[in-house]
Ligand binder design. Structure first.
Ligand code: FES
Length: 249
Protein backbone atom coordinates (compact mmCIF):
# COMPACT_ATOMS: atom_id res chain seq x y z
CA UNK A 1 0.00 0.00 0.00
CA UNK A 2 1.25 3.41 -0.96
CA UNK A 3 0.20 7.03 -1.42
CA UNK A 4 1.34 8.65 -4.63
CA UNK A 5 0.39 10.97 -7.49
CA UNK A 6 -0.43 9.22 -10.77
CA UNK A 7 -0.56 11.00 -14.10
CA UNK A 8 -3.92 10.87 -15.88
CA UNK A 9 -3.67 9.39 -19.37
CA UNK A 10 -7.41 9.34 -20.15
CA UNK A 11 -10.59 10.61 -18.50
CA UNK A 12 -13.65 10.41 -20.70
CA UNK A 13 -17.33 9.36 -20.69
CA UNK A 14 -18.14 5.84 -21.91
CA UNK A 15 -21.91 5.94 -21.25
CA UNK A 16 -24.33 8.49 -19.79
CA UNK A 17 -22.79 9.72 -16.49
CA UNK A 18 -20.14 6.98 -16.51
CA UNK A 19 -16.48 7.86 -16.95
CA UNK A 20 -13.36 5.81 -17.54
CA UNK A 21 -10.07 7.05 -16.18
CA UNK A 22 -6.63 5.58 -16.88
CA UNK A 23 -3.54 6.57 -14.90
CA UNK A 24 0.11 5.75 -15.30
CA UNK A 25 1.04 3.66 -12.23
CA UNK A 26 3.52 0.85 -13.00
CA UNK A 27 4.22 -0.18 -9.39
CA UNK A 28 0.55 -0.25 -8.44
CA UNK A 29 -0.34 -2.17 -11.59
CA UNK A 30 2.31 -4.79 -10.79
CA UNK A 31 1.41 -5.10 -7.12
CA UNK A 32 -2.39 -5.03 -7.26
CA UNK A 33 -4.86 -7.85 -7.76
CA UNK A 34 -8.46 -8.12 -9.01
CA UNK A 35 -10.98 -7.11 -6.35
CA UNK A 36 -8.71 -4.59 -4.64
CA UNK A 37 -9.67 -0.93 -4.51
CA UNK A 38 -8.13 2.52 -4.21
CA UNK A 39 -8.91 5.55 -2.05
CA UNK A 40 -8.74 8.49 -4.42
CA UNK A 41 -8.34 12.09 -3.29
CA UNK A 42 -10.44 14.29 -5.56
CA UNK A 43 -9.12 17.67 -4.39
CA UNK A 44 -8.15 19.43 -1.12
CA UNK A 45 -11.71 20.74 -0.63
CA UNK A 46 -13.06 17.16 -0.42
CA UNK A 47 -11.88 15.80 2.92
CA UNK A 48 -12.82 12.17 2.37
CA UNK A 49 -11.15 10.05 -0.24
CA UNK A 50 -13.46 8.06 -2.58
CA UNK A 51 -13.21 4.27 -2.73
CA UNK A 52 -12.98 3.16 -6.37
CA UNK A 53 -12.43 -0.42 -7.53
CA UNK A 54 -9.49 -1.31 -9.76
CA UNK A 55 -10.96 -2.16 -13.17
CA UNK A 56 -7.69 -2.83 -14.95
CA UNK A 57 -4.01 -3.30 -14.08
CA UNK A 58 -2.36 -4.18 -17.38
CA UNK A 59 0.78 -2.70 -18.98
CA UNK A 60 1.73 -0.44 -16.08
CA UNK A 61 -1.60 1.37 -16.14
CA UNK A 62 -4.54 1.42 -13.74
CA UNK A 63 -8.09 1.74 -15.06
CA UNK A 64 -10.99 3.02 -12.95
CA UNK A 65 -14.66 3.59 -13.81
CA UNK A 66 -16.84 6.02 -11.88
CA UNK A 67 -20.39 7.30 -12.06
CA UNK A 68 -20.91 11.06 -11.79
CA UNK A 69 -23.33 11.32 -8.86
CA UNK A 70 -22.34 14.42 -6.90
CA UNK A 71 -19.93 17.32 -6.54
CA UNK A 72 -16.87 15.14 -5.97
CA UNK A 73 -17.28 12.93 -9.02
CA UNK A 74 -18.37 15.98 -11.07
CA UNK A 75 -15.04 17.56 -10.09
CA UNK A 76 -13.20 14.34 -11.00
CA UNK A 77 -14.85 14.30 -14.44
CA UNK A 78 -13.28 17.73 -15.17
CA UNK A 79 -9.71 16.53 -14.64
CA UNK A 80 -7.67 16.51 -17.82
CA UNK A 81 -5.04 14.33 -19.38
CA UNK A 82 -1.72 15.30 -17.79
CA UNK A 83 -3.29 16.23 -14.43
CA UNK A 84 -2.39 14.09 -11.42
CA UNK A 85 -4.59 11.94 -9.20
CA UNK A 86 -3.59 11.28 -5.59
CA UNK A 87 -4.08 7.58 -4.89
CA UNK A 88 -3.91 5.49 -1.73
CA UNK A 89 -3.73 1.78 -2.47
CA UNK A 90 -4.02 -0.94 -3.34
CA UNK A 91 -6.42 -1.75 -0.47
CA UNK A 92 -8.46 -4.81 0.47
CA UNK A 93 -8.00 -8.49 -0.12
CA UNK A 94 -9.06 -9.17 -3.71
CA UNK A 95 -10.45 -12.30 -5.34
CA UNK A 96 -8.75 -15.69 -4.93
CA UNK A 97 -6.74 -16.92 -7.87
CA UNK A 98 -8.89 -19.66 -9.41
CA UNK A 99 -7.50 -23.03 -10.53
CA UNK A 100 -9.75 -23.28 -13.60
CA UNK A 101 -12.32 -21.31 -15.54
CA UNK A 102 -14.71 -19.13 -13.55
CA UNK A 103 -17.87 -17.16 -14.36
CA UNK A 104 -18.01 -13.45 -13.53
CA UNK A 105 -21.53 -12.16 -12.84
CA UNK A 106 -21.99 -8.41 -12.61
CA UNK A 107 -24.38 -5.52 -12.90
CA UNK A 108 -23.87 -1.77 -13.11
CA UNK A 109 -20.61 -0.40 -11.71
CA UNK A 110 -20.06 -3.80 -10.10
CA UNK A 111 -18.66 -4.86 -13.45
CA UNK A 112 -15.57 -2.69 -12.88
CA UNK A 113 -13.70 -5.00 -10.47
CA UNK A 114 -14.83 -7.98 -12.55
CA UNK A 115 -13.14 -6.47 -15.61
CA UNK A 116 -9.84 -6.63 -13.74
CA UNK A 117 -10.64 -10.27 -12.87
CA UNK A 118 -11.29 -10.96 -16.57
CA UNK A 119 -7.86 -9.53 -17.43
CA UNK A 120 -6.11 -11.76 -14.92
CA UNK A 121 -8.15 -14.99 -14.71
CA UNK A 122 -9.48 -17.57 -17.18
CA UNK A 123 -13.13 -16.52 -17.22
CA UNK A 124 -16.40 -15.83 -19.00
CA UNK A 125 -18.75 -13.01 -18.01
CA UNK A 126 -22.48 -12.56 -17.49
CA UNK A 127 -23.32 -8.86 -17.83
CA UNK A 128 -26.66 -7.56 -16.53
CA UNK A 129 -28.24 -4.13 -16.77
CA UNK A 130 -31.51 -2.30 -17.16
CA UNK A 131 -31.14 -1.64 -20.88
CA UNK A 132 -28.79 -1.68 -23.89
CA UNK A 133 -27.09 1.60 -22.87
CA UNK A 134 -25.99 0.06 -19.58
CA UNK A 135 -24.45 -3.09 -21.03
CA UNK A 136 -22.98 -2.38 -24.49
CA UNK A 137 -19.94 -0.43 -23.27
CA UNK A 138 -19.18 -3.18 -20.76
CA UNK A 139 -19.42 -5.75 -23.54
CA UNK A 140 -16.78 -3.74 -25.45
CA UNK A 141 -14.54 -3.59 -22.40
CA UNK A 142 -14.73 -7.34 -21.73
CA UNK A 143 -14.56 -8.67 -25.28
CA UNK A 144 -10.75 -8.90 -25.50
CA UNK A 145 -10.38 -10.62 -22.14
CA UNK A 146 -12.97 -13.42 -22.04
CA UNK A 147 -14.08 -16.21 -24.36
CA UNK A 148 -17.84 -15.92 -23.86
CA UNK A 149 -20.08 -13.00 -22.92
CA UNK A 150 -23.68 -13.58 -21.77
CA UNK A 151 -25.97 -10.56 -21.53
CA UNK A 152 -29.30 -9.96 -19.77
CA UNK A 153 -31.28 -6.71 -19.77
CA UNK A 154 -34.39 -5.95 -17.72
CA UNK A 155 -36.21 -4.49 -20.75
CA UNK A 156 -34.92 -7.00 -23.32
CA UNK A 157 -33.39 -4.21 -25.46
CA UNK A 158 -30.10 -6.16 -25.68
CA UNK A 159 -29.20 -9.78 -24.94
CA UNK A 160 -31.75 -11.95 -23.18
CA UNK A 161 -34.70 -10.30 -21.42
CA UNK A 162 -34.50 -10.80 -17.68
CA UNK A 163 -32.08 -10.74 -14.76
CA UNK A 164 -28.61 -12.24 -14.47
CA UNK A 165 -30.12 -14.92 -12.28
CA UNK A 166 -32.58 -15.95 -15.03
CA UNK A 167 -29.63 -16.86 -17.28
CA UNK A 168 -27.34 -18.26 -14.61
CA UNK A 169 -28.89 -21.72 -14.05
CA UNK A 170 -28.44 -22.58 -17.77
CA UNK A 171 -24.71 -21.93 -17.80
CA UNK A 172 -23.22 -22.28 -14.32
CA UNK A 173 -22.32 -25.97 -14.48
CA UNK A 174 -19.39 -25.16 -16.82
CA UNK A 175 -17.49 -23.23 -14.15
CA UNK A 176 -15.37 -23.99 -11.08
CA UNK A 177 -16.46 -20.82 -9.22
CA UNK A 178 -18.54 -17.68 -9.54
CA UNK A 179 -17.27 -14.19 -8.71
CA UNK A 180 -19.96 -11.54 -8.48
CA UNK A 181 -20.28 -7.80 -7.89
CA UNK A 182 -23.23 -5.45 -8.33
CA UNK A 183 -26.58 -4.71 -6.66
CA UNK A 184 -26.94 -6.62 -3.38
CA UNK A 185 -30.09 -8.46 -4.48
CA UNK A 186 -28.31 -9.68 -7.62
CA UNK A 187 -25.30 -10.89 -5.62
CA UNK A 188 -27.49 -12.58 -3.04
CA UNK A 189 -29.58 -14.45 -5.63
CA UNK A 190 -26.45 -15.34 -7.62
CA UNK A 191 -24.80 -16.70 -4.47
CA UNK A 192 -27.91 -18.70 -3.62
CA UNK A 193 -27.97 -20.40 -7.03
CA UNK A 194 -24.20 -21.03 -6.91
CA UNK A 195 -24.19 -22.48 -3.39
CA UNK A 196 -27.28 -24.62 -4.07
CA UNK A 197 -25.29 -26.12 -6.94
CA UNK A 198 -22.20 -26.55 -4.74
CA UNK A 199 -20.21 -24.03 -6.74
CA UNK A 200 -18.01 -21.70 -4.64
CA UNK A 201 -18.99 -18.04 -4.88
CA UNK A 202 -17.01 -14.91 -3.99
CA UNK A 203 -18.70 -11.52 -3.74
CA UNK A 204 -17.19 -8.05 -3.83
CA UNK A 205 -19.12 -5.70 -1.56
CA UNK A 206 -19.57 -1.99 -2.16
CA UNK A 207 -19.95 0.00 1.07
CA UNK A 208 -19.60 3.61 2.10
CA UNK A 209 -16.10 3.97 3.50
CA UNK A 210 -14.45 6.74 5.46
CA UNK A 211 -10.89 5.71 6.29
CA UNK A 212 -10.53 2.65 4.04
CA UNK A 213 -7.90 1.35 6.45
CA UNK A 214 -9.83 -0.55 9.12
CA UNK A 215 -9.80 2.30 11.67
CA UNK A 216 -13.26 3.92 11.68
CA UNK A 217 -15.69 0.93 11.54
CA UNK A 218 -17.97 2.78 9.07
CA UNK A 219 -17.91 -0.21 6.73
CA UNK A 220 -18.65 -3.01 9.25
CA UNK A 221 -20.98 -5.86 8.29
CA UNK A 222 -22.35 -8.89 10.13
CA UNK A 223 -21.20 -12.29 8.86
CA UNK A 224 -21.50 -15.85 10.09
CA UNK A 225 -17.94 -15.36 11.43
CA UNK A 226 -18.83 -12.17 13.35
CA UNK A 227 -18.36 -8.49 12.48
CA UNK A 228 -16.08 -7.83 9.52
CA UNK A 229 -14.75 -4.63 7.98
CA UNK A 230 -15.37 -4.43 4.25
CA UNK A 231 -12.29 -2.26 3.66
CA UNK A 232 -9.86 -4.45 5.54
CA UNK A 233 -11.35 -7.97 5.61
CA UNK A 234 -12.89 -7.61 2.10
CA UNK A 235 -14.08 -6.08 -0.03
CA UNK A 236 -14.16 -9.64 -1.41
CA UNK A 237 -15.77 -12.27 0.81
CA UNK A 238 -16.80 -15.89 0.51
CA UNK A 239 -20.55 -15.58 -0.19
CA UNK A 240 -21.19 -18.31 2.41
CA UNK A 241 -20.10 -16.13 5.32
CA UNK A 242 -22.10 -13.08 4.15
CA UNK A 243 -25.33 -14.71 2.97
CA UNK A 244 -25.00 -18.27 4.24
CA UNK A 245 -27.03 -17.65 7.37
CA UNK A 246 -29.91 -16.23 5.30
CA UNK A 247 -30.09 -19.28 3.07
CA UNK A 248 -30.29 -21.66 6.04
CA UNK A 249 -33.47 -20.04 7.35
FE1 FES B 1 -12.96 2.80 8.08
FE2 FES B 1 -13.53 0.44 6.90
S1 FES B 1 -13.75 2.42 6.09
S2 FES B 1 -12.95 0.79 8.96
Amino acid sequence: MNIFNAKILLNEPVAPKIFKIIVDAPDLAKNSRPGQFLQVKIADEFTLRRPLGIAGNLNGKITIFYRVVGRGTEFLSKKRVGDYLNILGALGTGFSTPKSKILLVGGGMGLAPLLCAAQNFNSDVLIAGRNADEVIFWQNEFKNHVENIFIATDDGSYGKKGFATDLLPEILSDYSAIYTCGPEIMMKNTAKIALNNKIPCEISLEKRMACGLGACLSCSIDTTLGRKKVCKDGAVFDAKIVFGGDFDE
